[in-house]
Design a protein around this ligand. Structure first.
Ligand SMILES: Cc1cc2nc3c(=O)[nH]c(=O)nc-3n(C[C@H](O)[C@H](O)[C@H](O)COP(=O)(O)O)c2cc1C
Length: 401
């Protein structure tokens, strides 16, 4: 069974080449090993000029390979044995020179020969000066590598080691980790356009104060990441949260329930799957003051007015063949409430979670949900929010059929 939630026990063969960004990859190795990844390292000769092989040997507690003709123990035919023992090859940082060699199928050192001899996915993370990256030769080589079926992670933009600003930065680790996890994920959502809402909304009382709720956005963001790993094109409409934007996902930031409704409506018609994981405020202050309300001894009464029910609106206007998933955060009568909302809101699946549980609901890393569809009621075990996202998407994939 494929599992795209963690790098634990994944055998990752890392090829490091001669870029100034090589030092950053040493930190990646430390992170992968801490996550339980089984990392082996190959280095080009140039790479050893930037970071000592001792650094990688210490971080992986393993031999670092760089010489194809090395006579040390276990090194004979390393170019065949190393890729054979790996689940994935990660070339990072990948220099312009290495891109050229790999694009042309050259096999003049251990790293390039191992890539040729490999039958597992290859993820390539270029890093170089902008001029080198934009050079038509490099661009052509990157296109050729994609045509060969390799995953080329687009370099980032920003300040480069050469002192210039531009594109060519080594991609961020979060993005590369997502590529690795995508390799280990079923691609059963390829071609699906998934719209997800996440987080709380914030309803202003005055310029300094607002009404909101305890939603952290973690469940919705986990759904966005896992759906993307499974091949979907994901749009995430997010209320204010403290989470990193999921790589490869179109993110639309909103504040209020009405802004969320507008953003969701704008993308609903073109989506094949809509998952409303946001905790939209049911009420907002009837009048929001443009100036800060002064403190007063007599207290303050706020008049609240009801916000639009976004999920009910989507249920009313839904397109044929569209899958609509709602979330219900409940403190009691979970099943009855879930069943009622499934019917009232005309959705295909209600995900009910217990907000009173210590390990479920708001701002924790785990969740335990009950999935209520027209045919089934199923309780998922207590799992990480990404695994829970996987369980929800399994159900969505079965409803698609
Ligand atoms: C200080 C320094 C930094 C370099 N940084 C890069 C780089 O970031 N990207 C790149 O493509 N080449 C870079 N180079 C050039 C490569 O090291 C050179 O092309 C080398 O032949 C690459 O060999 P390899 O691909 O076998 O590792 C740098 C060279 C020097 C001297």
């Amino acid at each position: 069974m494929k599992n795209g939630y963690t790098l634990k026990n994944r055998r990752i063969l890392l090829g490091v080449t001669g870029s100034i960004a090589a030092f950053k990859v040493a930190a990646w190795v430390s992170t992968m090993v801490q996550e339980g990844g089984l990392v082996s390292v190959m280095m080009t000769n140039s790479a050893t000029r930037f970071v000592s092989s001792l650094t990688f040997a210490a971080l992986t507690s393993d031999t670092v390979y760089s010489d194809m003709f090395g006579e040390g123990q276990g090194e004979a035919m390393a170019h065949i044995h190393l890729p054979r023992a790996a689940d994935v090859l990660l070339i990072a940082p990948a220099t312009a020179h290495t891109l050229a060699r790999l694009a042309h199928g050259m096999a003049d050192d251990l790293l390039s020969t191992a890539v040729l001899a490999s039958s597992v996915p290859v993820i390539i993370c270029p890093a170089m000066n902008s001029q080198m990256l934009e050079n038509p030769a490099t661009q052509r080589n990157m296109t050729m590598l994609k045509e060969l079926g390799h995953h080329v992670v687009e370099p980032g933009s920003g300040m480069l080691a050469c002192g210039e600003k531009g594109s060519g930065r080594l991609p961020e680790w979060d993005e590369v980790r997502e590529e690795l996890l995508a390799v280990f994920s079923e691609k059963d959502l390829t071609g699906q356009k998934v719209l997800i809402s996440a987080g709380p909304t914030r309803e202003p009382i005055d310029p300094a104060r607002y009404l909101s709720n305890r939603s952290s956005g973690k469940m919705g963001y986990a759904l966005a990441r896992v759906a993307r790993r499974r091949g979907a094109q994901v749009t995430l409409v997010s209320g204010p949260v403290r989470l990193a934007p999921p790589p490869g996902v179109r993110l639309i930031n909103v504040l209020t329930a009405r802004e969320m409704q507008e953003a969701v409506s704008a993308h609903a018609a073109s989506s094949s799957i809509i998952i409303k994981a946001a905790a939209v405020a049911d009420f907002r202050p009837k009048n929001s003051s443009s100036e800060k309300i002064k403190k007063s001894e007599s207290g303050l009464s706020l008049e609240l007015t009801v916000n639009p029910d976004i999920l009910a609106g989507l249920g009313r206007d839904r397109k044929k063949h569209q899958i609509l998933v709602g979330f219900a955060a409940e403190s009691n009568n979970h099943k009855a409430e879930g069943l009622r909302k499934l019917k009232d809101k005309n959705v295909d699946l209600m995900v009910v979670n217990d907000i009173l549980g210590e390990k479920t609901g708001f701002d924790v890393e785990t969740n335990q949900v009950t999935l209520i569809s027209r045919e089934h009621i199923e309780q998922l075990p207590l799992m990480s929010k990404e695994e829970t996202a996987g369980g929800i998407l399994d159900k969505v994939a079965s409803l698609l059929q």
